[in-house]
Design a protein around this ligand. Structure first.
Ligand SMILES: Cc1cc2nc3c(=O)[nH]c(=O)nc-3n(C[C@H](O)[C@H](O)[C@H](O)COP(=O)(O)OP(=O)(O)OC[C@H]3O[C@@H](n4cnc5c(N)ncnc54)[C@H](O)[C@@H]3O)c2cc1C
Length: 418
């Protein structure tokens, strides 16, 4: 079997695993995709659905540490950390702290942008030809600010995004904003409109992926958990799963936040922490927003889908906690009510949480695992997995097949210095 024709097992049926499986299949590979639960029901299910090239800046930047500590002291902060005696979590925050400087922020930003820009243009093609009925809209994204102080403060970020990343937004102040977005209450200072951003329905995206993959002959096995990797002479020879053994030629691990739990199997340290976020899905309000919006000061995101309406966000570092914390859901409602005339509708159709796979530098791990020659990683996409997935999938297929990569894979290397 040559490396360009062998069987590949993709572990993880989220948006990243799905895209990897698709591009591997496009490259002519026989593909089996396994998921320990149901395909598409992890973090890729209830997220906000933004495809947002505007989000180039990593979480770690100058001043981020101080800001984080300040918000942690506030009871109603959208960011919450449940401090535990967990060396992996402390080490993650230490690595995060080391990245809070201008140089690392800009270099991570460039690597984030490469994936975002490539993915954004790939989506244009995918939603036209392959991923049909995903409620694709390209009306852009509004960053809305309540106070003039924060609006002006963001003007500095806008300048940085223009000069360093060539990213321009249109500024709307007070009354002009209400004309653009009548669903907002009067009183917001203004907003910045990123017209390159788009949105889709995450649940429908995953349904479309399942259909496309199955049509193309990908063998999707649900309730099939990877439990052990048998490595001989530096190569993974056998995957032990809850449904028996598999012996592929190559393996792609795309297990989202749970990838960190596989560090022993993969013989490498994986600084990925679950960053828990929540969403509420409802029917559309009568006065539904025309645009997706982020209320920056309260970190609430709104997505007016064609068939529903979603508010989401918040970030909780609480390990793999499976509870639906009512306080976090309340924060979403209260945040939305500050800005919107009709912030929620009843009944709530779905209350949801997901674990974002967070890395300290906001960059995913994409590439070969150092200690095992035929295993690749595609995990750690944090807050941007939907937005980065097509380019990630293509990059993985190129690396696995030994083709020239369409973007430089070096910034995403597994085992990079953090
Ligand atoms: C509230 C919220 C809003 C968000 N909004 C956006 C947004 O607007 N735009 C955006 O781009 N991103 C957004 N994100 C982030 C995005 O949802 C994630 O980055 C993305 O879903 C991660 O995809 P994934 O495939 O890596 O992980 P997942 O979707 O979690 O998939 C991983 C899969 O691996 C499986 N798995 C785990 N371990 C094993 C194992 N041992 N064996 C077999 N299978 C295994 C799991 O069952 C799961 O199905 C948001 C996240 C949250 C929480």
């Amino acid at each position: 079997m040559t490396p360009s024709s062998g069987h590949v097992v993709v572990v993880g049926g989220g948006v990243i695993g799905a895209a990897c499986a698709y591009y591997l299949r496009q490259a002519g590979r026989p593909v089996t995709l396994i998921d320990r639960g149901e395909f598409g029901r992890g973090c890729s299910h209830g997220n906000c659905g933004y495809v947002c090239p505007s989000h180039v800046l990593p979480l770690a930047g100058p001043g981020a540490l101080g800001k984080t500590l300040k918000t942690l002291l506030s009871r109603n902060s959208p960011l919450k950390v449940r401090w535990r005696l967990d060396p992996a979590m402390w080490s993650w925050f230490w690595q995060f702290a080391r990245k809070c400087n201008q140089r690392d922020m800009l270099s991570a930003g460039r690597a984030i942008q490469s994936l975002l820009v490539a993915s954004r243009s790939m989506y244009d093609e995918l939603v036209r030809t392959t991923l049909l009925d995903v409620e694709w809209e390209s009306t852009g994204l509004l960053f809305v600010f309540r106070t003039a102080k924060e609006m002006d403060h963001y003007a500095e970020t806008d300048r940085l995004l223009r000069s360093e990343f060539g990213l321009g937004a249109t500024r709307y102040d007070g009354p002009a904003l209400l004309e653009l977005e009548p669903a907002l209450k009067p009183g917001s200072a203004g907003a910045w409109h990123y017209t390159t951003d788009a949105q889709l329905h995450p649940g429908k995206l995953m349904r479309a992926w399942r259909q496309v993959l199955q049509t193309q002959g990908v063998d999707i096995r649900e309730h099939c958990e990877l439990r052990e990797l048998v490595v001989e002479r530096g190569l993974a020879r056998r995957l032990v799963t809850s449904q028996g053994d598999l012996s592929p030629d190559q393996v792609v691990i795309a297990a989202g936040a749970a990838t960190a739990r596989l560090h022993r199997l993969l013989r490498t340290s994986l600084p990925i922490q679950p960053g828990k976020g929540y969403s509420l899905t409802m029917r559309r309000p009568a006065l539904c927003p025309r645009h997706s919006m982020i209320f920056e000061e309260h970190r609430v995101a709104v997505t007016p889908l064609q068939s529903a309406y979603r508010i989401g966000s918040t970030m909780e570092f609480a390990g793999f906690d499976t509870s639906l914390n009512p306080d976090r859901l309340r924060l979403l409602r209260e945040g939305a009510a500050i800005y919107l005339r009709e912030p929620t509708t009843e009944p709530v159709l779905e209350s949801w949480y997901g674990w974002r796979p967070m890395t300290p530098d906001s960059l995913p791990f994409i590439g070969p695992v150092p200690a095992i020659g035929n295993v690749y990683l595609a995990a750690g996409h944090g807050m941007l997995g939907v937005s980065m997935s097509p380019a990630t999938g293509r990059l993985v297929a190129e690396l696995v097949s030994g083709q020239t990569p369409h973007i430089d894979p070096q910034p995403y290397a597994v085992g990079r210095r953090l």
